[in-house]
Design a protein around this ligand. Sequence first.
Ligand code: SF4
Length: 343
Amino acid sequence: MTPFIIPFFLSHQGCPHRCLYCNQHQSGGRRAEPLTSPGVTRGVEAGLSSSRLQPGASVEVAFYGGTFTALSRDRQSALLGAVAPFLKRNLVQGIRLSTRPDALPCDEVEFLESMGVTTIEIGAQSMDDKVLEMSRRGHTALDTREAAQRIKTAGLKLGLQLLPGLPGENQASLESTLQGILDLSPDEVRLYPALVIKGTPLAKLYQRGEYRPLTLEQAVEICAWMFKSLTRAGITVTRIGLQTSSELTQGLMAGPHHPSLGHLVKAEIFYRAIASSLQIKPARGSDVTLFVAPRDVSQAQGHARSNLSRLSRDFGNLKIKIKPDPDQPRGLFRWQGEMFSVI
Ligand code: SF4
């Protein structure tokens, strides 16, 4: 079951500099506010009394944004220490935080583990040093590999964040990034196709015509390819695309943002799997009924039922019907008695 997350956001706090594309005051959906230990206590109490918390769900407190591990040790202790009483009473089962790969020395990982941190997410962004340099990340792919190793050696869960579509990226660097991530076998990955946000150096490059973001179609295609490879390797893709917020809407200048990017990606994966099954096994007659798990129906149909019209167009006006079947496992579909996997 997906854990119930109680999030805190530290816009840019601890960051040694601004990366080329980053303006968390616009993309993170919240204004920076000094987070204090009493603020964490109040936030956790409010989260635990939320009506969205299902009985029996595991609860994680998350510190997102900024560079948590580059805050002073006192500040880290104060923020993490505020969660400790909830961990002790088993009201919260874990703490996760996100940070940069070059801000995770061995003693920091040991400290985080001692404070109850269970998952560390690293902003890898790319595994191509040229892309990292052009994005002014200030670290290399080796930093990511070493930090990932430290996290795994400490027995903590490893998450990696990727930003397809950064300047300097091409097919070869995308492929080496995906392979580099698979080699690290993280527990989870987030895919955030790069966006052009107002007030960033990337926005200036874009305005001068020196950077072109991915189109929505390209982002869907890249994320679908990555999602499939990661899922096949047993890695959970926890998020695709930034969450829509009024700040993001105001700050977005260009790029492949869509409020349901994850849905578009999974619908694309369904479309390709159905199309490939129809190529392997041509339909008998002009109608095909596919059975899918009830929760897969909208992905199989595609955004605004676009998969059905695409399949009809691509397969000689074939009429496709998608029907829910409670006995059908998720990620699989069945037609004319044969089972197919979308992954
Ligand atoms: S990408 Fe991460 S490290 Fe870079 S400025 Fe943004 S929050 Fe800081």
